[in-house]
Design a protein around this ligand. Structure first.
Ligand SMILES: [Cu+2]
Length: 498
C-alpha cells in the first residue's frame, strides 16, 4: 500500500468536515442553537495508521479541536451535532449531569438522528480529567471519543504544562464483524489456545520469526497482590492493529515541546474499547495525583495500571537536560504499545519501537489496593447493599446478576454499597454513571480507597466493593466498559424510587 503523507490525510479530513458543516439543502434545518452553547460535532475523519488511511469518527469543535476544555464552576453548555451518517448519543464520562442529559441510549436519552442536534446545559462543580464517548452500538471502537477536561480555576497560576493524551485500541476491521466472531466462539477458542502463561495473541506475530519464545515474561507472575485467585485469566479477545495516542502510533508520534527542568501534568485517558494498559514512563518517575479525575494520596512510580475508561493524572518533574522522554501505554499481557514524546529544546528525538522489550503483566488491581482518596466519603454505615454477580456463558454471553432486566432500586439519601463478584475468566472495568464512588474493599479487605467512576474487578473470583451516596435522582447505567462485554449483556441500571 502506498504511504500517503499526513498533509494529504489532513486535507482529506478537512474536506470531509467542511462538507458536513455546510447547512445545505440536503440536511434538515437545524433548530436554532441556544445562546452561549459551544458546538461539538460528531463527525467522520480520516487518520493515518501505519501508513494506511483509516475512516474513523471524532468529536470536534468548530475550530477542529477534539473534545472540550472548561473550568469547574462553569456550566456545560454544549450543542451536540450528529454528522456521522447514523444515529448516535454521547456520554459525558465522569460528569454528573441530571440523568436526562447523561447520554445513554436505551436508558437516559433517545438516539440523536444523523443531521440532528441536542442541547446540553448543566452545572459542572468538580474539576478533573474526564472524557466523552458514544454510548450507542459499537461506535466507540471507531473512535467516537474525545477528552473532556475540567480545570480547577485555583490551579490557573500553577507553573505546570498540561498534556492531554487519549489512548485508543485501533482495528481496521468492522467492530460488528468482531463481535459476531466472538459470539461464534472466537473468545472460547482464544481462551483455550492462550492460557495465562502466554495469553498474548500478538506474541511473535508482528515480530518476524526472531522473537519466538520471548513472550514468556510477565504473565506467569501475574498474581500481584493476591488478586488472582486461581484459574487461567483471559486477557484480550480482540486482536488490534495498533494502539494510538492522540490518534497516532509510535511510527509518527505526537512530540510535545517541554522545558528543560519543567513540570508537566499528564492527563491520560484510556479511551480503548477493550484494552487494559500500563502507563510506562521509561526512565522517568512520575507522581500519580488523581485517578478518574479525583485526587489520591500521591504515589510515585514509573509504571501504573490503567484499565479501560480510567484516567490517570501524573505530574513529572523533568530533568534539566536536552533530552526527549517517551510516555508509553502498553497493552496488558503483551508488548504492543503507543505513546507521545516529551522533547526539551535541543533534544534529538529518537524513534521508539511500537513493541516493548518484554510482555507486560495483567492489570490485576495491585495499584487499586494502594490508592487512598484525598477526599473520602464521610463515615456512614451502608443503608443499602447489593452483591452483583458477574458471569459468562458459552457464545460470548456476559451478564450482571444473571441478566435480570429490573433496575436496582435505591433512594435519595442512601449510602449504597455494591460488591462486584467476578465469576468469569476476564477482568471487568465497571463504570457507574451519575455518581462518584469510593473503592471501600478489595477481596473483602476494607480500605479507604480511591474515589472513582470506573473500577477494574479482577478475574477469577476478584471482589471489589464500592460505596456512594445516592444524591443524583434518576435512572443510571451501570456496566462493564469493555465494549464487547457491554454489547454482549454486561449492562444494567439503577433507578431511584420516587
Ligand atoms: Cu467486561
Amino acid at each position: 500500500m502506498k504511504t500517503l503523507s499526513r498533509r494529504r490525510f489532513l486535507t482529506a479530513s478537512a474536506a470531509t468536515l467542511s462538507v458536513a458543516a455546510v447547512p445545505s439543502l440536503l440536511l434538515p434545518a437545524r433548530p436554532a442553537r441556544a445562546e452561549g452553547h459551544k458546538v461539538i460535532t460528531a463527525g467522520k475523519r480520516v487518520i493515518e495508521v501505519k501508513g494506511r488511511a483509516a475512516n474513523v469518527f471524532g468529536l470536534a469543535q468548530d475550530n477542529g479541536t477534539q473534545g472540550l476544555v472548561m473550568n469547574a464552576g462553569e456550566r456545560f453548555r454544549v450543542r451536540l451535532e450528529n454528522r456521522i451518517g447514523e444515529p448516535t448519543v454521547i456520554h459525558w464520562h465522569g460528569l454528573t449531569p441530571p440523568w436526562q442529559q447523561d447520554g445513554v441510549s436505551g436508558i437516559s436519552q433517545e438516539p440523536i438522528a444523523d443531521g440532528e442536534g441536542f442541547d446540553y446545559d448543566f452545572p459542572v462543580a468538580t474539576p478533573g480529567t474526564f472524557w466523552m464517548h458514544s454510548h450507542f452500538g459499537l461506535q466507540e471502537q471507531l473512535m467516537l471519543a474525545a477528552p473532556l477536561i475540567v480545570r480547577d480555576p485555583a490551579e490557573a497560576g500553577a507553573d505546570m504544562q498540561e498534556v492531554v493524551v487519549l489512548f485508543h485500541d485501533f482495528t481496521f476491521r468492522d467492530p460488528n464483524e468482531i463481535l459476531a466472531e466472538l459470539k461464534a466462539g472466537a473468545h472460547d477458542m482464544a481462551g483455550m489456545e492462550a492460557p495465562a502463561a502466554d495469553a498474548n495473541p500478538h506474541a511473535g506475530m508482528d515480530m518476524g520469526g526472531s522473537m519466538g519464545g520471548m513472550s514468556m515474561g510477565g504473565m506467569s507472575g501475574m498474581s500481584m497482590g493476591g488478586m488472582q485467585m486461581g484459574g487461567a485469566a483471559h486477557l484480550q479477545d480482540v486482536q488490534y492493529d495498533a494502539l494510538l495516542a492522540n490518534d497516532r502510533t509510535l511510527d509518527d508520534p505526537e512530540v510535545v515541546s517541554v522545558e528543560q527542568g519543567g513540570r508537566v501534568r499528564l492527563r491520560l485517558i484510556n479511551g480503548a474499547a477493550s484494552t487494559n494498559m500500563w502507563v510506562d514512563l521509561g526512565q522517568l518517575s512520575g507522581r500519580l495525583i488523581a485517578v478518574d479525575g479525583m485526587p489520591v494520596e500521591p504515589i510515585d512510580g514509573s509504571r501504573f495500571e490503567f484499565a479501560v475508561a480510567q484516567r490517570l493524572d501524573i505530574v513529572i518533574e523533568l530533568p534539566k537536560e536536552a533530552s526527549a522522554w517517551p510516555v508509553f501505554a502498553v497493552q496488558e499481557g503483551g508488548r504492543m504499545r503507543t505513546g507521545i514524546v516529551l522533547a526539551a529544546k535541543g533534544a534529538t528525538v529518537a524513534k521508539f519501537a511500537d513493541m516493548a522489550d518484554a510482555d507486560f503483566p495483567a492489570v490485576a488491581g495491585e495499584l487499586e489496593q494502594r490508592l487512598r482518596a484525598v477526599k473520602p466519603l464521610a463515615e456512614k454505615a451502608a443503608t443499602r447493599q447489593h452483591t452483583m454477580m458477574m458471569m459468562e456463558a458459552p457464545g460470548y454471553i456476559w451478564t450482571l446478576d444473571d441478566g435480570k432486566a429490573t433496575p436496582i432500586p435505591l433512594k435519595s439519601g442512601d449510602r449504597f454499597e455494591m460488591t462486584f463478584m467476578n465469576h468469569t475468566t476476564m477482568s471487568h472495568p465497571m463504570h457507574l454513571h451519575g455518581h462518584s464512588f469510593q473503592v471501600v474493599a478489595v477481596n473483602g479487605k476494607r480500605i479507604s480507597g480511591a474515589m472513582r467512576d470506573t473500577v477494574l474487578v479482577p478475574s477469577n473470583m476478584g471482589m471489589v466493593t464500592i460505596a456512594f451516596d445516592a444524591d443524583n435522582a434518576g435512572k443510571w447505567a451501570l456496566h462493564c466498559h469493555h465494549l464487547y462485554h457491554m454489547a454482549a449483556g454486561m449492562m444494567t441500571s439503577l433507578a431511584y424510587e420516587s
